[in-house]
Design a protein around this ligand. Structure first.
Ligand code: DGT
Ligand code: MG
Ligand code: MG
Ligand code: MG
Ligand code: MG
Length: 266
């Protein structure tokens, strides 16, 4: 079948395969959510509705793409681990990034009113997406440790900052100055001595972010550990034998990974 005389332009579309046999980490992040969170009156420092909506969109994405074995989210971002053997869209880079980013975004909008029943969307939110390839389990572990450490650093800062502003009656400029150069221990001390808050007793969702795993339904019931305290179980729409579970637990230490070898195994 001969194409039209214009069809040669197709040759300018170059293949963009991702290296086989490597872990893909797909991360998306809300575009200009500083503004979006202001315009939609997100609570400071953490809006539970906004965080739960992010978790829900991430669960929708995991349900749609069985190659995702793990997700981790904080603030306006989510990271997804795609198994190294995945042949998803023939590992075409743009196809994967654009389709997954689009699906997450439309789920976020689709479910908005469930989490924000009294707050109409003022304009369409968008997310950026990227994929980074990692050759071994070590880098994947370190990647997720990096994100959870970031969650801790940001949340501690934001918690003290908004306590100084909302309860300490400091201006935002003063609060920034108060915190400038302080280490974690000093931030914890400010929270405790001035606001009677023990940081370690704050909601684990805020301190540890959201980790989403996939579990077999029967097995999971038998193995449920009280320390994991699953916040929610969502039965898969695409595979009725599994469900996603949102956890707010440590993923830096070995324990989490040792208990779930399937996350990294294929
Ligand atoms: P970007 O990602 O470069 O397009 O710019 P932003 O503005 O999205 O910046 P980013 O991603 O570094 O920081 C996330 C912003 O989202 C940050 O300004 C705080 C806001 N945000 C995220 N979650 C919450 C929340 O639960 N409550 C409030 N008040 N703001 C939040
Ligand atoms: Mg940014
Ligand atoms: Mg952002
Ligand atoms: Mg962000
Ligand atoms: Mg098409």
């Amino acid at each position: 079948m001969a194409g039209s005389k214009y069809a040669y332009v197709r040759n300018f579309e170059l293949p963009d395969p991702l290296l086989p046999g490597t872990f893909m980490v797909f991360r998306l992040d809300g575009h200009s959510f500083h503004r979006f969170s202001d315009e939609h009156n997100f609570a400071k420092p953490n809006d539970i509705r906004a965080l739960q909506l992010m978790d829900r969109a991430a669960e929708d994405l995991m349900d749609q793409y069985p190659d995702i074995t793990l997700a981790f989210g904080e603030s306006d971002e989510f990271s997804f681990l795609i198994r190294k053997s995945a042949s998803l869209y023939n590992r075409r880079h743009s196809k994967i990034v654009s389709t997954l980013t689009s699906f997450f975004t439309s789920s976020y909008v689709f479910r908005w009113s469930t989490y924000f029943p009294d707050t109409p969307l003022k304009y369409p939110p968008s997310f950026d997406g990227r994929i980074v390839l990692y050759p071994s389990e070590r880098e994947v572990r370190d990647y997720f440790s990096w994100r959870q450490t970031d969650t801790h650093i940001n949340n501690l800062y934001n918690t003290v900052f908004w306590a100084l502003v909302q309860q300490g009656e400091e201006s935002t400029t003063q609060a920034h100055a108060t915190l400038k150069g302080t280490v974690s221990k000093e931030k914890n001390e400010i929270l405790f001595s001035r606001f009677n808050v023990n940081y370690n007793t704050l909601d684990a969702r805020f301190r540890k972010g959201s980790t989403i795993i996939r579990e077999e339904i029967e097995e999971q019931l038998a193995q449920e550990s009280p320390t994991d305290a699953p916040a929610k179980h969502l039965r898969s729409r695409t595979n009725p034998h599994t469900r996603t579970v949102v956890l707010h637990c440590d993923i830096i230490k070995d324990e989490f990974w040792d208990a779930r070898p399937e996350i990294l195994s294929s």
